[in-house]
Design a protein around this ligand. Structure first.
Ligand SMILES: Cc1ncc(COP(=O)(O)O)c(C=O)c1O
Length: 305
């Protein structure tokens, strides 16, 4: 049960119900909490964190983008992640690191002091309803009327709570319209991403995904592009026009907790192949990688020491 988990807060372990912050804290009032979400997999060589170095680097980048001073080094944070996993006796986990301001702050400017750091680790299969990815069935998605946050308005590369109202609005619209997920265009009208997913399209056996201009620098997206190279699948990153939604032979979404999710339908268009052959190949290799069976990618796994 999730309430029995132990949470790391500023160098100490506290019981689940004590992992709290004040209503008047800057991060609650202004959404200034940064975070990272990543996974511990039970591989054939034992439990290992997937691309921990990349996630820690992105966490520090989020902090830098919003001028947040973190009280911990990359190395100490990595140790704290391992300690949290061990403290909770986990072999597979979803891990969330937070950087936040617990200080009471009425003004909009953040506190000058160093931020707080917390780490939550839970078992995605035992602690709550697991995400069931309907891989064979695929999902129905819509094209949202909301546009992806424009990089001229906020640093969209920062994984900061305030930026997620964009995805909250989009997913509320999608659910109201009876869709399971959604994608946004950017303010220039090109394909951007989902609320918490990247998007890939396949046309003429070529994998296509939006370039990093208006989307989060996703670690699964980066991994898929690197895996595609090994599979001999041609991949293209660029400005993608929405007419590709009607031309694509395959579409899938991706992120850390769910990996590859095939799209069956986008608006009223039903895709010809679900899951399509390229989607299956990419998903198959990712599964081999996170299980530790593909030696070529063992350097992406950080064994729980
Ligand atoms: C906006 C957004 N896009 C894409 C992703 C996927 O990123 P990753 O593959 O690093 O989980 C996320 C992750 O939650 C996200 O928040």
């Amino acid at each position: 049960v999730i309430e029995e988990r132990t949470v790391y807060v500023n160098g100490k372990f506290v019981p689940w119900n004590q992992a709290q912050t004040h209503l008047m804290s800057h991060s609650f009032g202004r959404g200034s909490a940064i975070f990272e979400v990543f996974a511990l997999h039970d591989t054939i060589q034992g439990p290992a964190v997937f691309r921990l170095d990349e996630h820690i680097e992105r966490f520090f980048r989020s902090a830098a983008l919003i001028n947040m001073k973190l009280p911990i080094s990359r190395e100490k944070l990595q140790e704290a992640v391992f300690a949290t996993l061990k403290e909770n006796k986990l072999r597979q986990a979803e891990i969330k690191i937070f950087g936040f301001y617990s200080q009471i702050k009425i003004e909009i400017t953040p506190p000058e002091s160093e931020a707080d750091v917390a780490i939550v680790a839970v078992d995605p299969f035992q602690d709550f309803e697991p995400h069931k990815v309907p891989f064979e069935r695929g999902i129905a998605i819509c094209i949202s009327k909301w546009r992806k946050l424009d990089p001229e308005t906020v640093p969209i590369e920062a994984k900061v709570a305030a930026n997620y109202l964009n995805g909250v609005m989009m997913m509320t619209e999608a659910k109201k319209r009876g869709f399971e997920n959604a994608v946004m265009l950017d303010t220039q009208g090109f394909i951007a991403e989902g609320a918490v997913h990247s998007i890939f399209l396949v046309k003429n056996n070529r994998l296509m995904t939006p370039s990093l201009r208006t989307i989060l620098s996703s670690i699964t997206r980066k991994s898929i592009l690197e895996a595609a190279q090994v599979l001999g699948i041609e991949a293209y990153e660029g400005d993608l026009r929405p007419s590709l939604f009607n031309e694509a032979e395959e579409i899938f979404l991706s992120n850390t907790p769910t990996k590859v999710i095939p799209v069956r339908q986008i608006e009223d268009r039903v895709l010809p192949y679900v899951p399509g052959p390229i989607t299956r190949k990419v998903d198959g290799l990712l599964k081999e990688i996170v299980s530790g069976r593909d030696k070529r990618f063992n350097h992406w796994l950080f064994p729980l020491r």
